[in-house]
Design a protein around this ligand. Sequence first.
Ligand SMILES: [Zn+2]
Length: 717
Amino acid sequence: MVSLIETIKAKIDVVEEIGLVVALRKSGKSFQGLCPFHNERSPSFYVFPESQTWHCFGCNEGGDVFTFVEKQQGFDFRDALLYLAEKAGISVEEYGSPNPEQERETNALKDRLRKLNEDATLWFHQVLLRSKDAAEARAYLQSRGISSESVMAFSLGYAPEQWDGLSRYLLGQGYTEYELLSGGLARAREAGKLLAGSGASAMGREQSGGVYDYFRNRIIFPIRDVRGRVIGFGGRVLGDGQPKYLNSPQTPLFEKNSVLYALDMARDAIKHAKQVVIVEGYVDAVIAHQYGTKQTVACIGSAITEKHIQQIKKLTKQVTLALDPDAAGEAATEHGIQEALKAFDRTLVPVPLAADRRFTAQKGSKRNEPRGMIRLEEQVDAEINVLQLPAGEDPDELIRRNFSAWTYAVAHPLPLVDYYFVAKTTGLNLREPAGKTEAAKRLLPVIGSISDRVKRDAYLRKLATMISIEERSLNDELQRVLRGQKPAGVVAAFSDRTSQRRSIKGVESVGESPLQGERRASKGEPRSGAEPGESEDEESGRDFQANNQRERESRTFGLDKDVRNRIKWEDYLIGLLLQNPGLCPHVCGIINDGDFAGTDTRELYRIFNSVYQRDSSPLFQSFEQFVPSALLETVVRARKSVESRSPLEGSGLVKAAVQCATRLKRARLLQSNTELQYLVRGATEAGDVAAVQQFQGRLLDIHRQLRTIDSAMHLQG
Ligand SMILES: [Zn+2]
C-alpha cells in the first residue's frame, strides 16, 4: 500500500501550495520568489517542481511540501498532515485504519460537535449583547476595560442564570441530549432526584429533558483551536460563585491541558514579533490583544504543560512568561520554565574541546593523535524569559494603567538566568554569611548549566559582586559543582585514522574526489555505490533488501532512483538508532533532520531526537507511542531494514551509523550542488551577475563541506 504521506504528496503540488503564499516566477525549470522565512529584496527562494522540493539559498531553509506547511503555518507534523490530507481530500483517520466504520463514526461526531459549539457560541454571544438578564455581565466586562470591539472579536458571551436556557435552544435546533453531553455543554440529571444543593425552585419552569446547562451565570470565553474552530469554552462566574473559572470538560474536541486561548488570533503576530507572551487569564489575553500586543496567549487550566509549548514552538523560539507576580505565580513560572525546557528540542552543538580537555582526552592515544576532537553540548533550542510585573499587578491592570511600561517589559523580558538571580535570592540576607552561602548554593548550578563560556564567566562575576565574594574562590566552587553534575556532553572522535580506514573502503566510491562526484551528480546520474548493499563493509556485505521488495517499491514510489536510495539509507539509520539509541551523539553532529529526503524518515528522526534528549534510557520499547499512526509503517520498515542484516556491535555499530549519516549528508550536499549549478546556469543566461556570484559563493561553501566530509572519512584513499 502506498503510504499516506506519498498519497498526499502525489495529490498536492508543491509549486501550487507554495504559490498560495509566495509570488513565484518561473525561472528555467524552477520557480523563484522572495523567501517568506527571512527578509530579502532579491529572491533567493526556489521551488523545484521535478523533485517537489524547495530551498532558500539565503537562509538555507528547505524541504518538501510538509516542511513548508509546518514552517509557514507554524504547524507541527501532525497538524501539517491533517491540513494537507484535508486539502487532498483524504481522511487521515480512515486511511489504513483497522476499523474504518468506527473511525467514520468518530469523525462524524466531531464534525457535529464543532457545529454544536458554533451554535452555542452564537447563542451565548446574542444573550450577552441583547438579553436584559445580561446587564450585569455587560457591566462587568466594561469594568474590566474590555471594549465592544473585543467582545465581537473574541465572540464573548454570557450564560444566563437559568438551568436549561442553552439546552432547550440546542435541542430545539435538532441536537440530541447525547450530543450536548458529549460536547460538554450539558450535564445529565441524576435519575430520581432533583439537582442537589441548588434547590429545585431555582430551576423554575418545567424541565425539558434529562439534561441541564453546564455553564450558568458566567461570562463565556469561546476557546478556538489554532485553525479558529471553537473546541470548548471558559466561563468566569459573575459574583462570588465557585469555582471562579470553569472550563469545558474533556470532550472529543477539547483536551484540557493543552489549549492555549487566543492562539488562533495570535498566530501571525507571534511569527511577526518572533515572540509569544503567555499570560494566565482570559481577560489578560483579551486586553493584551485589545491594546495591540497580539502575540499574547493565555494558558488554560492551572499550569503550563509541555503540550502547551508544543503548539507554539513551531511559531517562535522565544517564550516570554508573564504570570501573576504572587507566590503562586512564581511557582507557576518555575514550573512553566521547566515544561518549556522539556518541550523544546535540544540541538547538539559541536564545540571544539578546550585545550585542557583535549590533553586529557589524548592521554590514551600516543602516536595516533586523533584530530577533530569535539564535544557535543546539549543546548535548548529556545529562548525562555520572564516578564517582570510590578508587585501585585496582573498583566491586564498594568496594560490599562501604563501601556508603555507593559510594552517595554514585553520587549525587555528578563533572561532566564537573570530571573533566577532575582527569584532564587528573594528573602535571603546577602550581607550575612549564611545568606551568601545559600545564594551561591542555589545559583552555582544555574551558572554551571550555561554552555557559553563567556556568558558563564559574566554570570559568575555577577554573583561574585552580588554576594561580595572573590571570583576565584567562587570559580573553585563552580568547578566542584560541575564535576558533581552528570557530564553535559559526549566526546566523539570523528577521525581516528586506524579504526576507520578499513571500514571506509568501498563505502563511498574510493578514489573519487568530491568534485568528480559532483560532476556526475550534476548530470543527474546517481552516484555509484549509492545502492545500499552494493557497497557495504566486508563484515556484513549482504544484500540490504530483497530484490523483489526493491522492485515493488520502485513501482509504488513515484520517486527517482537517487531519492529512493537515500530513503533506504535513512530507513537503515533510523532502524539503527531505534535499536541503539546510544548512537545518537555519534550521528547528530553529522546530520540534522533537514538532510533527510523522506518526509516520514525526517519526522521520525526529529521525534527520535526529542525523545532521546528528554530521556536517554537505553531501550525504547515504547518509541511507537510518540509516533503519529501515519508513521508507524515507516518504523516497521526501519526496524526491518536493520534486522535483515547481520547484527553489529561495539565499534562496528558506531562505524555503520557514522558512515550511514555521512553518506546521507553527502547526498544532501550533492543535491544542493546540483540545484546550485543549475541556478548558476540560469542566472548566467539571464545576465544576472550578482546572482551568479551569490550562487557561486554558495557552491564554494558546499564544496568546502564536501571536502571536509571526505577528508574526515579519508575517502581519497
Ligand atoms: Zn530564506
